[in-house]
Structure formats: C-alpha cells, structure tokens
Design a protein around this ligand. Structure first.
Ligand SMILES: Nc1ncnc2c1ncn2[C@@H]1O[C@H](COP(=O)(O)OP(=O)(O)OP(=O)(O)O)[C@@H](O)[C@H]1O
Ligand SMILES: [Mg+2]
Length: 248
C-alpha cells in the first residue's frame, strides 16, 4: 500500500535521508523508530507529499505520488489522517470545530452527524466536555489528544502518527496506544507510527523499522527486532550510553 523507494533528501546541503526504502502492506502498522533529529518526521511528510524527495519515489497503491498534482493530490490526501508532531491545530477554532473541519471539508455528512461523530471521538480520548475550548486553553496533553482525535475522525484508510504520546502522562499515553490498537482491530487502517515508547509500540505494530544514519538499518517483526544482534539496535533498545550510536 505504501512503498518508499530509495529516498534521498538534503536540507541546506546537509543530507538527512540517504536512500530510505521500506514498504507497509495494507492493514499493517509499521513502527518507525530512530534517534531524535534523524529524519523520522521528514519521512512521514514525504508519504503525504508535503515534502518532495531529491531522489527516489513514494508509491501509494502502486502510484508514484510525485506525479500527482492539484485535485489528484487532494484526493490522495483525503485518504490520510495525519497526527503532526506539534499538533497543528487551528488556534482560532474550538476543539469541536478543529475536529469538525476535516469532516466539513471532505465529507457530505450533515451537521448533526458531524456533531455525533466529533463528540464520540472526543469521548474516546477522554475529552468529553472540552469541545468549546480553544487550543490556547488546553494543556499539552489535551492538545495532543485533540490532534489524535482529529487524525481519526474522518475514519481514514491510512494514518500517520508522529509521536502521538510524547509528553503525555503514562496512563494517558497507554490509553492512546491501546486506542490505536482497538480502532485498528475494528476499522483495519494502515499506519506508520513514530514513537519512542518501544514496549507498548512493539505490542501494536506488526513491523518495526529503524532509521539510522539516513537509511533503514533494519526492518522486521517486533520479535526479530528485540532479538537482533546488531549492536546499534541493541544499544537503542536498551538505551545504553555505551555502543556505536554517536550523540553528536
Ligand atoms: N523543512 C525543513 N527545512 C530544513 N531542515 C529541516 C526541515 N525539516 C527537517 N529538517 C531537518 O531534518 C532533520 C531531521 O528532522 P526530523 O524532524 O525528521 O527529525 P525526527 O527524526 O523526526 O526527530 P524527533 O525525534 O526529534 O522528532 C533535522 O536536522 C531537521 O533540522
Ligand atoms: Mg519528529
């Protein structure tokens, strides 16, 4: 369903991605892990066509999205839900209207149906009663949960989650990841999740890919990953200061 082929991307002459390739099959959840600032968010932005690669291709259902323009690109994007790392809520809209926005834009649902859908989605993430608040009135965790609910509200086929639980307290973080799992079981979307919460992540993902030094160093099932004897993988999983991963 999603196929990334040999993507290269540099910013200001500094190479970030140096030939990234991987595939996510329909219905699969892929966990994308790797050190901070190494290009995980940049990869997700390539998948929805927000960033174009210097070299390489992104295929969705076999179609090279590099060739899509205007309406076609819009159509493709409407199949996606995207939880941006920073939330990316509209600051001038209430929580309710932030969630209603993609439904009003992309569907023909009646205002009543939109209301039901939005309230149900907010209830799922524990934000019932917060619908009339503006983003500036929310805590960091509430912002994150609103962004999460907005990524799900259109019931998209493909969802990209960029650190959905970072900054949340452990209970809410687990609730969110459990919610990903249960919604996945019910609706069967395809997803890429970037997260540092490895233990929970490995319970919900069918595959794990590790980005290291601009390429996908390993990709495999969570079990394969945990039993890997690659020293970089072992150091990353254990969080050890000793090993081949350089901080600077
Ligand atoms: N639009 C941009 N313009 C210039 N540089 C960028 C741009 N987007 C990302 N970068 C650079 O690309 C590198 C990778 O950034 P990215 O946000 O993908 O990291 P990340 O792996 O998601 O890190 P984190 O775990 O901290 O979120 C960083 O050095 C960043 O400064
Ligand atoms: Mg990031």
């Amino acid at each position: 369903m999603i196929r990334i082929e040999e993507i290269h991307k540099s910013f200001n002459g500094f190479p970030v991605l140096k030939g990234v390739s991987f595939e996510v099959k329909k219905g699969e959840i892929l966990a994308l892990i790797g050190g901070s600032g190494k290009g995980k968010s940049v990869i997700l932005k390539h998948v929805v066509g927000l960033i174009t690669p210097d070299q390489g291709h992104v295929y969705i259902d076999g179609k090279d999205i590099g060739h899509l323009k205007g309406k076609e690109l819009e159509e493709l994007r409407s199949r996606f839900g995207f939880l941006f790392q920073g939330g990316a809520l509209f600051s001038s809209l209430t929580v309710f209207d932030n969630l209603a926005f993609p439904l009003r834009e992309k569907t023909n649902l009646k205002e009543e149906e939109i209301r039901d859908r939005v309230l149900q989605e907010l209830d799922q993430v524990g934000l019932a009663g917060a619908e009339n608040k503006f983003p500036a009135e929310l805590s960091g965790g509430m912002l994150k949960r609103t962004a999460f609910a907005r990524a799900l509200v259109t019931k998209p086929e493909i969802i990209l989650f960029d650190e959905p639980t970072t900054g949340l307290d452990p209970v809410i973080a687990h609730t969110i990841l459990d919610l990903v799992k249960s919604v996945h079981q019910h609706r069967g979307f395809t997803a890429i999740i970037v997260s540092h919460e490895l233990s929970r992540l490995f319970q919900i993902a069918q595959k794990v890919a590790m980005l290291h030094e601009g390429v996908i160093l390993t990709i495999g099932t969570p079990d394969e990953f945990l039993s890997s004897d690659n020293p970089v993988v072992r150091q990353f999983v254990s969080g050890s200061l000793e090993g081949p991963i350089k901080l600077y």
